[in-house]
Design a protein around this ligand. Structure first.
Ligand code: NAG
Ligand code: NAG
Ligand code: NAG
Ligand code: NAG
Ligand code: NAG
Ligand code: NAG
Length: 437
């Protein structure tokens, strides 16, 4: 039994031994070992030290993840590629089973120290451990990166804004004599490459222009490649949720000018519009980007509208107050213009003048019968005359006040119209500028 078992064991070992060759004998292993045996990853891989290593860069913007206006940060996701030549990592492929390309751990070889100057936070970029090396020593490091970069974001044209953010790549230490930079693709190709850009977001990629220049500093000249990512916002959602409602609110407010200015209902109306406006602004405050540096034109317009609203409201209150003071004599004429008790009934404004039918004939009778009462009648008539006169004066003052305030009202109405017109024209201009790019 034990003999049989040992026989089987020997047979199994024999089978395993013959079917799988030792990994050390594979050409891939042989090649990797030969390449890395004498390799020093701390040394820049050139035979002639005076020769610069040129690193070719390529960038393809994949998505705009976040545009943080308040903190002036842009978060993008992109494909990034570095290609350089390593003179110590080339081989004769006919000696190694025609292997043209192998992958090597990035940690085992020399790699350029290229960073993005604007980066604030290199977040959640996967750390890919391998790079491809081909038989002539060309190393290609292709990786997705997520960059949070500092960018000066302009919001004055919100929601028709176009942002231009730059990403500057350069070696953190090496001068242009050691590490030079170059473009892997032609600059036109990079500029118009929108194939992999995610289209269904708020932002639309317009172009990625790139420039090469040499930064002169005290420590030496450093090669730099700057990519300018130009994106523009899709404004339709904001037009529907922000601009059109604000224009409607202004139109409603404009409609209140058709109520007579000395009408108390107008105050109620305007107060309601003011409350509506406030609620609207509170609701929308999250949607309008706020930056400490510059205010959006829309925000300015909202504030101007609010100021006009408050101005016309205080004007209405003043008017009612003056009219009330002039009529403090006790006649509690309601200033409501609704319900029919309005200026239409002028007989309330002018005290009832005794008419010929009611007063004329008794006086006439007494004139004949009692001459003494003539004086009395005269005094009465005079008192009526004087009271009439004071009424007339009060009314005259009222009319003056009304005239002034009517003028002011008309002025406000024109300012409203002008502001609304300016608002519309500005928005249309911004939209036209936006769509032209
Ligand atoms: C590669 O090796 C083959 C076979 O030894 C040889 O004929 C060929 O010249 C070599 N090629 C180079 C570029 O050295
Ligand atoms: C290695 O890659 C570079 C760049 O892609 C190319 O120019 C070169 O011909 C490749 N070498 C071989 C042997 O395929
Ligand atoms: C973006 O800004 C850079 C300079 O920072 C400028 O050269 C480039 O023309 C700008 N691009 C657009 C489309 O405005
Ligand atoms: C985005 O739109 C452009 C054209 O506007 C198109 O070429 C590209 O393929 C689209 N990208 C995706 C991921 O659908
Ligand atoms: C005006 O008021 C008087 C009494 O105060 C009333 O008899 C008259 O019908 C009113 N006229 C109108 C048009 O309301
Ligand atoms: C009533 O007052 C006017 C001045 O407003 C005066 O001219 C007129 O004589 C007065 N009439 C009577 C009857 O007192």
């Amino acid at each position: 039994m034990s003999l049989l078992r040992s026989c089987l064991l020997v047979a199994a070992v024999g089978i395993v031994g013959t079917t799988t060759p030792h990994p050390r004998t594979s050409s891939l292993h042989r090649l990797t070992r030969q390449l890395l045996q004498q390799y020093h990853k701390d040394v820049r891989p050139v035979y002639n030290w005076a020769e610069a290593t040129t690193v070719y860069l390529d960038l393809c913007v994949h998505a705009v993840l976040d545009v943080d206006v308040q903190n002036q940060k842009l978060k993008t996701s992109m494909w990034y590629r570095e290609v350089w030549n390593d003179e110590f990592l080339s081989w004769n492929s006919s000696l190694f089973d025609e292997i043209q390309e192998i992958s090597l751990p990035l940690s085992a070889i020399w790699a350029p120290d290229i960073i993005i100057n604007e980066f604030v936070d290199l977040e959640r970029s996967p750390d890919l451990p391998y790079v491809y090396v081909n038989s002539s020593g060309t190393i290609s490091n292709h990786k997705p990166i997520q960059v949070v970069s500092a960018c000066s974001l302009q919001t004055y044209a919100f929601p028709f804004d176009i942002q231009n953010c730059s990403l500057t790549f350069n070696s953190i230490l090496h001068t242009v004599e050691d590490i030079d930079l170059g473009f892997l693709r032609s600059r036109e190709d990079i500029e118009n490459d929108k194939r992999s850009f995610l289209n269904d977001t708020e932002w639309q990629l317009l172009s990625v222009s790139s420039t090469y220049h040499i930064l002169r500093s005290s420590t030496g000249n450093i090669a730099q490649i700057q990519f300018n990512v130009v994106i523009r916002r899709r404004p339709l959602a904001y037009v529907v949720s922000l601009l059109i409602p604000s224009i409607f609110l202004m139109l409603v407010d404009l409609g209140s000018f058709y109520l007579p200015p000395n009408c108390r209902a107008r105050i109620v109306f305007k107060t309601n519009v003011l409350v509506g406006y406030t609620v609207f602004r509170v609701n929308m405050s999250d949607e309008v980007p706020r930056s400490a540096g510059c205010t959006s034109l829309i925000g300015v317009f909202f504030t101007v509208c609010m100021a006009l609203l408050v101005l016309s409201l205080s004007k209405s209150i003043l008017l009612i107050k003056f009219l009330y003071e002039e009529r403090h004599s006790g006649r509690d004429r309601p200033f409501l213009c609704l319900g029919g008790d309005s200026d239409a009934n002028e007989s309330r404004l002018y005290p009832r003048v005794p008419s010929a039918e009611t007063t004329g004939s008794p006086v006439h009778e007494e004139h004949q019968v009692q001459p003494d009462s003539l004086k009395e009648a005269w005094l009465q008539l005079q008192s009526i005359n004087s009271s009439l006169r004071t009424r007339d004066q009060v009314h005259q003052k009222e009319v003056e006040w009304l005239a002034i305030l009517y003028h002011f009202d008309q002025l406000l109405f024109r300012i409203y119209l002008a502001v609304l017109g300016l608002y519309t024209v500005t928005l249309c201009t911004l939209w036209a500028l936006w769509s032209r790019v």
